[in-house]
Design a binder for this molecule. Sequence first.
Ligand SMILES: [Zn+2]
Length: 338
Amino acid sequence: MHSRLFTIVAVVSAVLSLPAHAAEPAPAEPIKYRLCDCHLHLADFLQHTDGAKAALAAMDLAGIDETMVCGMPVVKEWAPSEKIQPQYYLDDDSRCYWYSATDTLVERELEKLPPDQRKRFHPFICGINSEDKNAIEHVRRMLEWYPGFWQGIGEVMTRHDDLTALTYGDVAHADAASLDPIYKLAAEQDLPVSVHSDVSSVWRREPIYLPEIENAVRTHPDTRIIWCHAGISRRINVPTLTTELRRLLKTYPNLWIDIAWVVFEDYIAKGGQIDPDWVAMIEEYPNRFIIGSDKVGHFADYPHEMQKYYLLLDALKPETAKKVGHDNFLSVLPKKAK
Ligand SMILES: [Zn+2]
């Protein structure tokens, strides 16, 4: 009987893609700010997830009211030559492939929640190969399959250093012809688009890829575009970043800057010290910066990943801290979602 029960549990766990031991979130600091999260992946690079309920529990611990939620548009292949199943895209040399069913995973997870909990999640469509001109068809299909459900598009993966190098197919660009109809549809449907587009390579110090995201923002003035991580990724070092950001923010009112992930540790709070130039820039454009966890499928360190922003928020004027920590994210959502 026990072994039969074990088999049933094992099969159910496998079908639901649950990890064997979903870790409990680490204890959080006392809540100092009510926050929103502009960047949360419900699934990891194997499409595994602790689930929306676990995400919600972590949000409650960290004082997070609402969050963007998307899946993960790629899967890390487990190559026959690899003995250990890779969990992260950098775990081994195997490739990643585009995986559109991630959007359905998000929908199924959110369906499990009662309406008052579900409304704290703002789901974005992300399961597209962004350099494929067929991608628009998937976006339309998702809007048709789940009417009224989606509140944005993204994280659209374009240039992403090692991830780009490891993913099958051509390199995707933020201003690719394949994304043009998606930006247009987003404007028609009042949906924001969040785009990961590295500002440079890991070797050059000039922002060599900046024109790609700038073209996208410039040629789609009616589309609200969120630039993920201000174009920063691991090992990308562009000394002129804040100069470029100021120019972009001044020129394009349809651009928002997501400061999730390594841009915080590598630029904004390098060595644990908040950079006054970033504080000055955020005060110059208090409505345009948003924070996020960039957690992928598992939420054990979620509170830490959101409460790290306290350091920055403490350095801002209280009204700016409230905007950056909470209100700016809500401001980019569709009118119907607010
Ligand atoms: Zn991300």
